[in-house]
Write a protein that binds this ligand. Sequence first.
Ligand SMILES: Cc1ncc(C[n+]2csc(CCOP(=O)(O)OP(=O)(O)O)c2C)c(N)n1
Ligand code: SF4
Length: 240
Amino acid sequence: MSQPRLPKCVNKMSKPSNFCPGCGHSLTLKNLGFVIDDLRISSSTIFATDIGCSLLAWDYFDIDTVQSHHGRAASIAVGLKRALPKTTVISYMGDGGGYSIGLNHLVGAARRNEAITVILVNNTLYAMTGGQMAPTTYKGESTSSTPEGSFAKEDPFLGPEFLAPICHKEAFLARTSVDNPIQIKKYIKKAIQNQKNGNFSLVEVLSYCPTNWKTDAKRTINFFDYLKGFYKTGVIKGEQ
Ligand SMILES: Cc1ncc(C[n+]2csc(CCOP(=O)(O)OP(=O)(O)O)c2C)c(N)n1
Ligand code: SF4
């Protein structure tokens, strides 16, 4: 059987996959890797990962990587970018890290139009710690902390839409999904280009977590299609 094509910037010494089978982090990272290859920026990029399953990406690329405390990956990226302005800095986090524990860090970076690129993987829960409810959990969604279904009265948190009014006019904000590799690559490319132009960007990637969703392949896709009805993909701020 032929092996799947991998980006050139993938660290050949890392394990074949640090993630569970069917995880959306692997798909997101693979597409990020293809963009890094296409733009030929592997030697001038720093990758800043958060705590959460995102941290399992620490040795995925053959590029310099910094690991932050939970929710601090945006601020770590800001510090790196200010110290090394010619570097491309990519901050990689989950929805719990970005939209809950680290929301103030994300808001600060976005309001100041810091020239960093944030890639935020939204799997609708806190995956690494066992699948607890997050601000992105869908109403009624069963999680380990809401086994009878989420009791939240409010709608799940829409990160790019929340940031749009407080961002600089040149910021780029978008949502894509792991089942659309062409769109993931397009938006990540735009986000990195926007960093080169001196502006903030965030790409949210709606993602699978079959382990904590407790879904087989078919139910993963069904639940994902249901989520996409609420988490609309597309550019929320910036050029299409
Ligand atoms: C300040 C702090 N609070 C809580 C934790 C425990 N913790 C580690 S990973 C994690 C969940 C991460 O969820 P998310 O950011 O959504 O990423 P995912 O694992 O879903 O990719 C939590 C709560 C921590 N490490 N530090
Ligand atoms: S727990 Fe979920 S997010 Fe974490 S590696 Fe497994 S499938 Fe991916």
